[in-house]
Ligand binder design. Structure first.
Ligand code: SAH
Length: 353
């Protein structure tokens, strides 16, 4: 049975589901979910990510982690963690670049957090040595410094949506009509205990508030490990840090936008990351948040231009594609994508912030 039909049956049997539950099923259903069942990333998939655009992206992020490790006194045992490594490209580029700091490579154990068996296999082929996989961020990582990278991971975590009405903020639900078609409907009662961050302004009727409890819970866990044992996290994603209301959840299938409910399991679903919310939970967990800064500013500060020139010198035949990769990372994606870093208190500022 198609995933859309299974979702419709579930709703018919138990009542409307939240947008977050719909998103979880569409992305992770073991049979037909976007991530669980096929390769969504890359030129042939639904979307292309920064490490697939240019090897320089992963190289610079790997050196960022190694520099943070040096700045924090070279802890002898540490975890290098990546959340949602996709095709494994970023980590492969990061580890290759980090060879210039061999003591870092000796000190770290690489841990990849990946829920998709299909992508895990792709990663295993690319990264043969000394790598451990977990299907979620786990308490076992709370025993030593952690250097963590997450690119386009938080945008895939489920969001809940609330609409402002005369009664208050009512949750937007997914329901089904008598023909079995999926549609949106508002919960009949306002959500008790919902807290809207300060500084968003006065909502008009119909305004939408999006929030990702899965994202803030995870950021808090990571910040807690960093505050306690040391380390640094770099979260790169498209997102915002500030005022206003509005929907950012979107569906992309084969590089095109689709209706959010139209193609469960076929269209990739993602939402903009609320960096202010991540920074706030990081601080409340006792760590320090830096940024967000634009991806372009981060990559320039980390030396993207010098690295591109040196690659062009050694690979003159690829000079144009190297240049267009840099343009794409810095101009096309450069300000829509942002980076947030988390460090312990009293640690030096991480490079690029
Ligand atoms: N970072 C990669 C891939 C981004 S796509 C890149 O930049 O190319 C999102 C990745 O996160 C995929 O590998 C997906 O399988 C994984 N993922 C999504 N939700 C997850 C979850 N809840 N737990 C673990 N992995 C998840």
């Amino acid at each position: 049975m198609k995933l859309r039909e299974r979702i419709a049956r579930l709703i018919a049997a138990q009542g409307p589901i939240s947008v977050a539950q719909f998103m979880t099923m569409a992305l992770h259903d073991p049979e037909s979910g976007v991530y669980a069942s096929r390769e969504a990333i890359g030129a042939a998939g639904d979307f292309i990510t920064a490490p697939e655009v240019s090897q320089i992206f992963g190289e610079l992020l790997g050196l960022w982690a190694a520099q943070c490790w040096l700045d924090q006194g070279r802890p002898t045992r540490a975890h290098l963690v990546e959340l949602g490594p996709g095709r494994g490209t970023l980590m492969a580029d990061a580890l290759r670049a980090a060879k210039i700091v061999p003591e870092f490579l000796d000190a770290i154990e690489v841990v990849l957090i990946e829920s998709s068996p299909v992508l895990r296999k792709v990663q295993q082929e690319k990264l043969s040595t000394n790598v451990r996989w977990l299907d979620r961020f786990h308490e076992s990582l709370n025993d030593r410094p952690i250097f963590l990278i997450a690119n386009e991971f938080f945008d895939a975590l489920p969001v809940r949506q609330y609409v402002h009405t005369a009664k208050g903020w009512c949750e937007r639900m997914v329901t089904v009509d008598s023909d079995g078609k999926l549609g949106f409907a508002l919960a009949p009662f306002p959500q008790a205990g919902l807290s809207i961050p300060h500084g968003r302004g006065e909502p008009e009727d119909g305004a939408m508030f999006e929030t990702s409890p899965a994202s803030t819970a995870l950021a808090e866990e990571i910040a807690h490990v960093i505050a306690r044992h040391g380390g640094a996290a770099l979260i790169v994603d498209y997102g915002y840090a500030g005022a206003g209301f509005g929907e950012t959840l979107q569906a992309i299938a084969a590089h095109r936008t689709a209706g959010v409910l139209d193609k469960p399991g076929e269209a990739d679903l993602s939402a903009h990351v609320d960096f202010a919310a991540l920074a706030e939970v990081a601080a409340s967990a006792g760590a320090v948040a830096h940024g967000p800064v634009d991806q372009c500013a981060l990559l320039k500060a980390l030396g993207i231009e010098a690295r591109a020139q040196s690659l062009q010198r050694t690979n003159p035949n690829d000079a144009d594609s190297i240049a267009s990769g840099v343009t794409r990372l810095c101009e096309t994606m450069g300000t829509l994508f942002k980076a947030l870093a988390i460090t312990p208190q009293h640690a030096p500022k991480p490079p690029g912030f």
